[in-house]
Each structure stands twice: as structure tokens, then as C-alpha cells.
Design a protein around this ligand. Structure first.
Ligand code: ACO
Length: 705
């Protein structure tokens, strides 16, 4: 029995806490945590537990948790690993709601069983487990610092969920330097029980949290994670740092936390699908968090660049394309708005170039203009150090124009490039949380993240479309294959699954006589292919058992007799069950559509350029399988070969609607039929609009459970 989901609040805002392994010896983790809770201003009750008794910073110790009469919301465990089970058991027996196990030495070093045993016992009593292998929890709204990191954590609006403890502690240090206050930080460690999904449930509702930052190495329950992220990103931006991008990185992450890192491309696709903002580096993640926490959301897509130098203007233009920031292009309006602030030898085209002679007053004029224009929604302000600009005026000009943007509800990011004076201004202004960067790309990437989040909110549609299918028939096919001792389906079984799911397949049937074969061929439609069906003839072509491109009744009759004669000559005693008559699949665009149950991220659907070069071209797109037609279409349009479906060089457009339907069908199979672990249809041959497709080759892998 697990404790109720909503009780996660008491992990962050407990009313009473215990520290099991509290120590009066400074330098010990049990001391630091007790001190941080006491000195961090916690308003609830604190119970240090130590068998030796005594007092810590004036708070009396209890010899054991069972001696505490009160209810306990959170017990922090900081005794060595060998004592951890007994310590947790005592807490669980007492009915403690959460234990957070600081102790290391569990699944991260191979001690998986001990970790399972602890969680199983705790959960059986309704106690949830955070960790093990963590540094604790800080929550501003709970006035609660149960970490063994810094005593003073800067209060603010960013909540950090981190799988890595050491990186988490380092991030706390960096938040102070960057003046990026925290509303919460929680170390998830081995995620034996409580994971990101649980903690998101708290931080997404927490009034003090405006932005969430997650550091992830691997996900354990992908479906739950995706569901939680989808909910949370509707309310707040989530910036994610996911390590394990490279193969070596993935291996390092696997040994680091005892979890396997999932395929990075799949994670990347899911991040986009669920509205996560994936940062490349720690610095980028911090830049985005701060920018998202303080910037107003743009009310439209028109961005203007104001610069005193052509070079950085061009760099910023390139960066806008990279980060998806759209530049406003109405030359008449630009001229009207920026004309009074631009010298004749400057340019009112976007980038607006107020030229190297611009002084603070000119900047003020040029940067005030977009705050007053209804047509402009965001500003990128660039400055190159010049001898004509009085350096003393730089920071005040930026502060003032930043204030004007805030007052008008429009975002602005500054990039200022130059020597010491400029760098000093960057440091000074960043301390005041003004978004000023020494690099053009940093400023534009922040604006890009803000637009990505804003656009995602406007466009997202999380509805899930299910295809109708005959699940009972599919399950019967799986039962038959499993009874046969197989964990894969034969080609005809795969086709039968497709038929039961409504996926278009080539027409086929087995005839036992000339008449039956003729009837089948006429039903399917010419041209057809005929193939001998015999378990005694494995290599059909070698035996003369295959006839291609049969165009009419006479050719069916001739082929039937020829195949029979050839096969008898090839193997006199071969048992011939009949002759398979199949539709001869015509040429079209070859796609691959597949799905799999990812060990970390759950059911995934995939589509891409198919045929024999799939591995070489790697032109595929992924999504979590809970999708709708809009998402399936966007997935299809992501592949490089998409123009082939639109039709090139005067070709007709292909039947994209049917491809989208087929993606939805395959996604439904993987979600609804848990015993199917992998599906691959390759090739899926797609024809002109209205003419559908054919799922030619279908491979399906199944599992018993
Ligand atoms: N109940 C309560 N207290 C007990 C019990 C008990 N059953 N048994 C012993 N204690 C007391 C001890 O007497 C001691 O108190 P004392 O200082 O008054 O003698 C206290 O608990 C701690 O026990 P120690 O044996 O002294 O253990 P120590 O403090 O050296 O180490 C620790 C314990 C910190 C949990 C250690 O085993 C450990 O795992 N360290 C790594 C922690 C870590 O790095 N976690 C990951 C963080 S994230 C990152 O990567 C940074």
C-alpha cells in the first residue's frame, strides 16, 4: 500500500520532522542537517534521534523514534547503510509519512536488494521513501532546509529537482553567484520510490515556484513521468538538463545511479512533445530559468533587434533563426517607429541599426519605441563598446529601458560586448536580475526559450486518439504464438494483426486448386504474385515456386501448373498445401512505421523513411504513443523525406491522411496490447492521395507478461 499522492505536500511543508542519526559533532552529516533545519527557521517540531541522548543546538535528542509521541511527517535517515533498514522499519512502524534516506551505499553500488527491501517494507506501512543517496530537501514555503548543504539558500522562484546530489549542491552554490533564488530543491538520488513525477505534483502547485529546473540521468516510469510533465508544463515552464546524450555518457549515467539512460533521441522527442525546455548546458539552463522567472510573456511573435553595430546584428539574426525567434518585417511600421531614433546613415530595417555613434539618449529613444508600439512584442537590445558612448551611462540606460519593457509587459534581453567596463556592467546588472548577457547567442537563446514555452501553451493539444480495433482477435493470435513457444509473430500472423487493427495490407489468400487461385486473383485484382505454400520447400524461388507479375486468368492457370510441375521436380515427396495468391504491391513512397515499449520511457511510436536504407538514413521521428492526429502529422512533417510525401517534381501528393491514421493505429496497438513489445512495418508503401497504402512487411515481438 502506497501513501496517497497528495501527501507529497508534507514532504516539502512538514509540520514535524525527525533526524535519525542526528549528531552533536560538527562536521557530521547528521549534525549539518539538524543545524540547517533549526537555523533555517523551521516553524514545526524537530526531533533529533540519537541513542546516546543529549541535545543538539539546544534541542533535546530522543533515544529512538518510537519514543516520540507526536506524529512525524518526515524522518531524515543519516545512519550508515547497514543500520538503514532497521531505522526505516522503526519509522514505518510508527507511521511516519516520509523517510528521506541520505545514506549512500545502495543500488548505485549494486546493493539493489537492500534498497528494494527498505522500500517494500516502508510502502507496506504507507511510508514513502525519498532517496536513498541524497542530500535532502529545501522548501522556501515550508521554511524548511533539511539538506546538508549551505545554511543560507537564497529564496526565490526556481524549484530544482535533481537526480545527482553533488550537482545539486553545486547548483545551490551557483544560484547564489547568479542571484537566482530557489523556492525548493530536492535531491532524488536513486529514486527507489519517490521520483520526479511525485515532486512535480508539489512544485507545480507551489505558489513560490515560477520555474522548475530538472536534472535527469534516467527515467524509471516513463508513462507516469510523461503524464506528470504534461500537467506541470501547462502551469509552469520546466527547463530540463538530461545527461547521457552520448553513448559513453549514457553508460556513465547507468553506473552512476543504477538506472539505464534511455535513448536520447526518444527523450528529446518526448521533451518537445510535452513542452519541456531542454537546455544544452548548466549555464544555458540557469539563463533560461532566470529569464523565464522574471520576463513577461510576449503577446505576439514580432521581435525587433536594436543594435549599434552591424556585425552583432547579423549574429543575432542568425541566432533568431536557430532559436525560433521571429523578426518583425513590416518596413513601413519599422520606419515610423524607429525613424526618430535612427540617423539617416543608420537603418530602420530589422535589425534596427542606430549606428556606432549612438549615445545613451539615442539608445533610450530606440529602446522606448518598441514598448509603445502595438505591433512589436519583444526586443533584443545589442551594444558593442564604442568610444562615443559614455560607459558610465551603460548600466543606467539598460536599467531604465528594462523597466520600461517590464512596465509595458514586453520581454527584452540585452547582449553587451566589450572590455572590462562592459563586463562589470554585466555582473552588476545580473545581480539585479536584469537579463544582460556577454554573448549574443545567450540573449537570443533565452528569448527563444520564452517563445518556445509561450507558443507551446497556445498550440498544445494533449488529447489522445484511439483507433478502433479487434483486440480479442489480436490477443488470440498472440496466445497462439506463445502456445507455440514463440516470442515473435510469423509474417501471416503479423498481417492478421494489421488486418484486425484496420491497417491496409496487400490482398492475399491460399488457393488449393486452379479454380480457387483464379477466384482469389480476380478478387484481389491484377497483377498478382503466386507462391507455393509448403513446409518442405524453404527456398521457393530456387524450386521454381514463385511467379511474378501475373496479369490475367490465363496466366494464373499457366502459373499454377508451372509451379506445381517445378516443385514436384524439385522435391518429389514435398507436401504442397496450396498456392498463395498475393497482390503485387506497386511502387510508391516507402516509409517505416513502428512502435516499442521503451524500458524507461514507455510506449513510443516512430515513423520515417523506410525501405532497406533505414539504418543508414536514420530519417525517423519519435513520440510518446499517447498522441492524436495533429501530433502524428507533425511527427511525419519532421522527417527530412517529408517532401517525398508532398510530391516532388510535379508528382501528386501522397495519401498523408492514411499514413497519419496508420500511425494512430500502431500507437493504439502498443498502448492497448501490453504483450506486444515491438512493431515494425517496413516498408509501408504509400500511394497518391485517396489511394491509401500497403503495410508490406510486418514484424511483431511479443512477451508473456
Ligand atoms: N538511531 C539513531 N542514531 C543512530 C543510530 C540509530 N539506530 N545508530 C547510530 N546512530 C548515531 C551514531 O551514534 C552517530 O551519532 P554520534 O555522532 O552522536 O555518534 C550518528 O547516528 C551517525 O552515525 P555514524 O556511524 O557516525 O555515521 P556517519 O555520520 O559517519 O555516516 C552517513 C552516516 C552520513 C549516512 C554515511 O553512512 C553516508 O552514507 N555518507 C554519504 C552520504 C551521501 O553522500 N549521500 C549522498 C548525498 S548526495 C551527494 O552526492 C553529495
Amino acid at each position: 500500500m502506497k501513501a496517497k499522492k497528495d501527501s507529497i505536500v508534507s514532504l516539502f511543508q512538514p509540520k514535524s520532522v525527525a533526524v535519525v542519526g542526528a549528531s552533536s559533532q560538527p562536521g557530521k552529516i547528521g549534525f549539518s542537517i539538524t543545524r540547517n533545519i533549526i537555523q533555517g527557521g523551521f516553524k514545526g517540531k524537530i526531533y533529533p534521534i540519537n541513542p546516546k541522548g543529549g541535545a543538539i543546538l539546544g534541542v533535546d535528542c530522543y533515544p529512538s523514534i518510537s519514543d516520540v509521541k507526536d506524529e512525524i511527517d518526515v524522518a531524515t535517515i543519516c545512519v550508515p547503510a547497514k543500520l538503514a533498514f532497521d531505522a526505516v522499519k522503526e519509522c514505518a512502524d510508527k507511521g511516519v509519512k516520509h523517510v528521506q534516506i541520505i545514506t549512500s551505499g545502495f543500488s548505485e553500488v549494486g546493493e539493489v536488494e537492500l534498497e528494494h527491501k527498505i522500500v517494500e517494507y516502508a510502502n507496506s506501512k504507507g511510508t514513502r521513501v525519498l532517496g536513498p543517496n541524497i542530500f535532502g530537501v529545501y522548501s522556501a514555503s515550508g521554511n524548511y532546509n533539511s539538506t546538508f548543504s549551505a545554511t543560507d539558500i537564497l529564496r526565490g522562484n526556481v524549484a530544482i529537482l535533481t537526480q545527482s546530489g553533488a550537482l545539486g549542491i553545486a547548483m545551490i552554490g551557483k544560484t547564489a553567484v547568479e542571484n537566482m533564488g530557489l523556492s525548493a530543491i530536492v535531491s532524488l538520488g536513486n529514486k527507489a520510490d519517490i521520483d520526479e513525477a511525485d515532486c512535480l505534483d508539489f512544485v507545480m502547485r507551489d505558489q513560490e515556484t515560477k520555474v522548475i529546473l530538472m536534472y535527469i540521468e534516467g527515467v524509471k516510469d516513463g508513462e507516469r513521468f510523461i503524464e506528470a510533465v504534461r500537467e506541470a508544463t501547462k502551469l509552469k515552464p520546466i527547463v530540463v538538463l538530461k545527461s547521457g546524450r552520448s553513448k559513453r555518457g549514457a553508460m556513465a549515467a547507468a553506473s552512476h545511479t543504477g538506472s539505464l539512460a534511455g535513448s536520447d533521441e526518444i527523450f528529446d522527442a518526448i521533451a518537445r512533445q510535452t513542452g519541456l525546455l531542454r537546455a544544452e548546458s548548466l549555464q544555458e539552463a540557469f539563463n533560461w530559468c532566470k529569464f523565464l522567472a522574471y520576463s513577461p510573456r510576449p503577446k505576439g511573435k514580432n521581435t525587433v533587434i536594436v543594435t549599434n553595430g552591424g556585425g552583432i546584428g547579423v549574429m543575432a539574426t542568425d541566432a533568431c533563426e536557430k532559436y525560433g525567434v521571429e523578426l518583425y518585417d513590416d518596413q513601413l511600421v519599422l520606419k515610423e517607429v524607429f525613424g526618430p531614433a535612427t540617423p539617416d546613415f543608420g537603418s530602420t530595417k530589422n535589425p534596427v541599426d542606430i549606428t556606432g555613434g549612438a549615445k545613451a539618449a539615442d539608445y533610450d529613444l530606440a529602446l522606448t519605441a518598441p514598448t509603445r508600439s502595438e505591433d512589436m512584442h519583444a526586443t533584443l537590445a545589442l551594444y558593442c563598446e564604442t568610444a562615443t558612448f559614455d560607459a558610465e551611462n551603460l548600466a543606467p540606460m539598460i536599467r531604465d529601458t528594462y523597466g520600461k519593457h517590464l512596465a509595458s509587459g514586453k520581454p527584452v534581453a540585452y547582449a553587451i560586448v566589450g572590455g572590462k567596463v562592459v563586463e562589470d556592467a554585466v555582473v552588476q546588472l545580473r545581480k539585479m536580475n536584469v537579463p544582460v548577457f556577454p554573448e549574443v547567442y545567450e540573449a537570443v537563446s533565452c528569448m527563444g526559450a520564452l517563445y518556445k514555452y509561450t507558443n507551446m501553451l497556445a498550440e498544445r493539444d494533449d488529447s489522445v486518439e484511439d483507433a478502433q480495433m479487434d483486440i480479442a482477435t489480436i490477443n488470440k493470435i498472440i496466445d497462439g504464438a506463445l502456445a507455440d513457444g514463440r516470442t515473435f509473430l510469423l509474417a501471416n500472423e503479423g498481417q492478421a494483426v494489421m488486418k484486425a487493427s484496420g491497417v491496409m495490407i496487400p490482398g492475399a489468400g491460399i488457393g488449393k486448386s486452379i479454380d480457387e487461385c483464379v477466384r482469389l486473383a480476380e478478387q484481389i485484382g491484377y497483377p498478382v504474385v503466386m507462391k507455393v505454400v509448403s513446409r518442405d520447400i524453404l527456398h521457393k524461388s530456387d524450386a521454381g515456386g514463385v511467379a511474378l507479375d501475373i496479369l490475367n486468368k490465363q496466366e494464373v492457370m499457366d502459373a499454377y501448373e508451372a509451379i506445381m510441375k517445378n516443385c514436384r521436380a524439385y522435391k518429389e515427396d514435398a507436401v504442397i498445401d496450396g498456392i498463395e495468391v498475393c497482390e503485387m504491391v506497386q511502387k510508391g513512397v516507402e516509409l517505416i512505421i513502428g512502435a516499442r515499449r521503451d524500458p524507461q520511457l514507455g510506449p513510443i511510436v516512430m515513423c520515417g523513411l523506410g525501405g532497406i536504407y533505414v539504418e543508414v538514413m536514420k530519417d525517423v521521428a519519435f513520440r510518446a504513443a499517447s498522441i492524436n492526429k495533429k501530433e502524428a502529422r507533425s511527427m511525419l512533417s519532421e522527417i527530412r523525406s517529408y517532401p517525398l510525401l508532398l510530391g516532388v517534381r510535379g508528382e501528386e501528393q501522397k495519401d498523408i491522411d492514411i499514413v497519419v491514421d496508420t500511425i494512430i493505429k500502431v500507437a493504439t496497438i502498443i498502448r492497448k496490447i501490453p504483450r506486444i513489445t515491438d512493431i515494425e512495418i517496413n516498408p509501408v508503401v504509400v500511394y497518391e492521395q485517396g489511394k491509401g497504402l500497403k503495410a508490406v512487411d510486418v514484424r511483431i515481438i511479443i512477451s508473456k507478461s
